[in-house]
Design a protein around this ligand. Structure first.
Ligand code: T1G
Length: 702
């Protein structure tokens, strides 16, 4: 914290207040205190005609200080500072740049006008923390851009750029020097002496039908997130209630959410995402810049990975073995960008510029100038070793050689090269240009600079990096195997795919496990089970009928021609019942609660083994992996936080009961989980203790 997180200067009758509270000008108590005092002092100073509020550093202001939420709120609160601005008899303008978020944008909305530098990003992202804007944003934003647009922006936590903000009237002017523009604007306002334009005096008017239709569609996708429902209700108040009454209700709703479990879980996730990029022996300042990338393999993953680089403005060479497979891959790139364009996600110029960054070739030598080379070829160790041996000869010194393998051993791939320190795993999730998770797999000899380079590259690609150790399935897929096995067990014992999926979706996942398997293709898992030497009677039987999921129109479910809606399949039910009978299992009715426990507790149990083996550094890394890679509902904080909240004693007791009933000893609580249950402790406490004493020589794989 800086001694002076704020400064003021005066120029020809206009005072400029500059917030300076690195790294993001969060509205900490110290900053709020000084900001309120400065506003009061300048409002009372006869030599000051107008005030401009701005911020220095990366952005104007990233909103409330999230680290203060767990503590008793201290005045002046942001809403009180806003009151000081609105009651000021002089013009107060905001000069914006960079990240202008949450309470930062709410401060700006209370000002009489706003200017912005190019590249400013304005958003009210509170729902990502399980909150709603708590300083008038749900009432002022609709008064500026309309209730429906405001609702969409708040619920989707979407950002407006400078030009868009000007077009919708959120800023008056986009200027390279927004402070100078604001000062001029302020002088004009002061000189006119007219009544100051207060946002609260405007009306939030909108086509009510359009608003309710938007509200309904946003609520449908909420899947249990309380903040979404609260945001819809709050913005609706802007259409129905007097300003002050609506403000009071917004404050009550904000406080209820702030003190509720969902927001605590999402704030846990916010800090977990940032902790995941921190590896004690890796110094991010030693990251090499990735100015050119290369991707080998233009299949689904290679195409998605290439697009991720192009989306980040990084030129990428996409290599295939034949012209036709290359053309097929480039065709898919064009199709995906055209679809984003037709959905309005991308304008024509942007689409063309991203396409121009992807250069296709069948010449492997073309990767010689790449800083980061990622292979996404067939999942066969021999194939990958052969390719890495060739890359070792072609790649320039210092290039990073990465494999997108989803479960093969990185060390064995590195053995094929003379530069094992440059070899690393970069496990993207399909579709790779959409899914944010990136498991960065550290081999035993992977260099720390290589890891730093890939973490930094992941951040440039707007991915969520998590550094994990090397084992079959790494972290996410190794845990997922538990869900596959327990899902199969539930079918054998009496459940059906549609019941399991319904229970899991009611828990908050966007899709159930069996529909997910049908979408990914059942042959993927079939091949992995064969290579890892285990079987799943029902899944194997379905596969062996050639029913591979959506791509064949049939899997655990059946699908109408060209449709993706899973339909219960009577023949699958017959196959399940017959398999239970063949295995001598008497089917029974199984409740939704048991279904969820039978899937999630063994997964968390595997997470405990992963922590104990040092494959994941902290429990919250597993939370980040499951939220960003597997659809675990963010408002529950993640897999390990979820079982911490239930209490490990109860979880251990249930696991013992599952093990006893099924005879499957692997369901017995893992040693770490049993120990923590015994101590009435938690994975979070264990991770904290580990971090306190952590040295890299503790056999940590990451
Ligand atoms: N409070 C406290 N610390 C914050 C913070 C915040 N709002 N935002 C970031 N940090 C820390 C972060 O933990 C990290 O710390 C460092 O700053 C750099 O962040 C009243 C109630 C602004 C887009 O939700 O989205 O206002 O790890 O690594 O990638 O209605 O930070 O270095 O120790 O993310 O460049 C609403 C949250 C709050 C914005 C920058 N605001 N922050 O991203 O850096 S609620 C938000 C972000 C609110 C009002 C309500 C991002 C960023 P460390 P970083 P970045």
């Amino acid at each position: 914290m800086k001694e002076q997180p704020l400064s003021t200067r005066r120029e020809k009758g206009v005072a400029v207040i500059t917030m300076d509270n690195p790294p993001v000008n969060a509205l900490s108590f110290a900053l709020r205190e000084r900001l309120d005092a400065a506003l009061r002092e300048l409002a009372a100073d006869p030599a000051v005609q107008a005030i401009v509020l701005t911020g220095t550093g990366r952005g104007f202001c990233a909103g409330a200080d999230i680290t203060e939420f767990g503590k008793a709120p201290r005045s002046p609160k942001t809403i009180e500072i806003i009151e000081t601005i609105e009651s000021c008899p002089k013009p107060v303008l905001a000069a914006l740049h960079g990240q202008t978020l949450g309470g930062g944008l709410e401060l700006a909305l209370a000002c009489h006008e706003r200017t912005a530098a190019p590249g400013t990003r304005l958003a009210l992202p509170e729902v990502k923390l399980g909150l709603i804007p708590g300083a008038g944003g749900t009432q002022r934003l609709p008064r500026v851009i309309g209730a429906t647009a405001a609702l969409e922006m708040i619920v989707n936590a979407s950002a407006l750029g400078s030009a868009e903000a000007r077009d919708v009237g959120l800023v008056a002017e986009v200027a390279d020097d927004p402070v100078a523009a604001a000062m001029e604007f302020a002088r004009d306002l002061a000189a006119r002496g007219a009544e100051l334009p207060r946002t609260r005096d405007r009306t939030s008017s909108d086509d009510r039908q359009a608003f309710e239709a938007k509200a309904e569609s946003l609520l449908r996708r909420a899947r249990g997130a309380e903040a979404v429902a609260a945001a819809v209700e709050a913005v609706r108040w802007s259409l129905e209630l007097p300003f002050d009454e609506a403000l009071q209700r917004e404050q009550e709703a904000f406080q209820r959410l702030r003190d509720g479990q969902q927001s605590k879980a999402m704030r846990h996730l916010f800090f977990a995402e940032r902790a995941a990029t921190k590896v004690p022996d890796v110094d991010l300042r030693r990251a090499q810049s990735v100015n050119r990338a290369a991707v080998i393999g233009a299949g689904t993953m290679g195409v998605g990975i290439s697009m991720s680089f192009a989306d980040a403005g990084i030129p990428v060479t996409l290599v295939e073995t034949s012209t036709e497979s290359l053309e097929r891959g480039l065709g898919n790139v064009r199709k995906l960008y055209a679809s984003a364009h037709s959905r309005g996600r991308l304008d024509e110029a942007d689409m063309k510029s991203r396409l121009s960054l992807i250069h296709g070739t069948t010449d492997l030598g073309a990767v010689g100038d790449a800083d980061l080379i990622i292979e996404a070829v067939f999942e066969d160790l021999g194939v990958k070793q052969g390719l890495f041996a060739r890359l070792d000869e072609i790649a320039k010194p210092g290039a990073v050689l990465a494999s997108n393998t989803s479960y093969l051993n990185i060390d064995k791939i590195a053995d094929a090269t003379t530069r094992p320190d440059a070899v690393i795993g970069t496990h993207f999730f399909s579709p790779a240009h959409v899914m944010r998770l990136l498991e960065i797999v550290r081999g035993r000899r992977t260099g720390t600079n290589t890891i730093a380079t890939v973490i930094a590259a992941a951040q440039r690609l707007n991915k969520q990096p998590v550094v994990v150790g090397d084992c079959p399935g790494f972290v996410g897929n190794r845990i997922l195997r538990q869900r596959h096995e327990q899902g199969e067990q539930l079918l054998l014992e009496g459940a059906l795919p549609e019941q399991v999926d319904r229970a899991v979706m009611r828990f908050g996942f966007p899709m159930g496990p069996f529909a997910m398997l049908d979408m990914a293709g059942l042959d993927v898992g079939y091949r992995i089970r064969r290579s890892q030497g285990y079987d799943l009677a029902i899944a194997d039987a379905i596969c062996e009928r050639g029913w591979l999921g959506q791509k064949t129109g049939r899997g655990f479910y059946s699908y109408r021609e060209g449709a993706r809606t899973p339909l219960p399949d009577p023949e699958v039910e017959q196959l399940i019942v017959a398999t239970s009978k063949r295995l001598g299992i008497t089917r029974r009715s199984i409740g939704d609660d048991e279904i969820v426990e039978r899937l999630l507790f063994p997964m968390a149990n595997e997470g405990a083994r992963i922590l104990e083996e040092g494959i994941a550094r902290r429990a919250s890394d597993i939370d980040v992996i499951y939220v960003h890679g597997y659809g675990f509902p963010a408002w529950r904080g993640g897999l390990m936080r979820y079982v911490d909240q239930i209490g490990l004693r109860d979880v251990a007791r249930r696991l013992r009961a599952f093990a006893e009933r099924s005879g499957d000893q692997r369901l017995e609580p893992a040693p770490l989980l049993a120990r923590l249950a015994e101590q009435d402790s938690s994975f979070a406490a264990w991770s904290h203790a580990q971090a306190e004493s952590s040295t890299t020589d503790k056999g940590q794989a990451v």
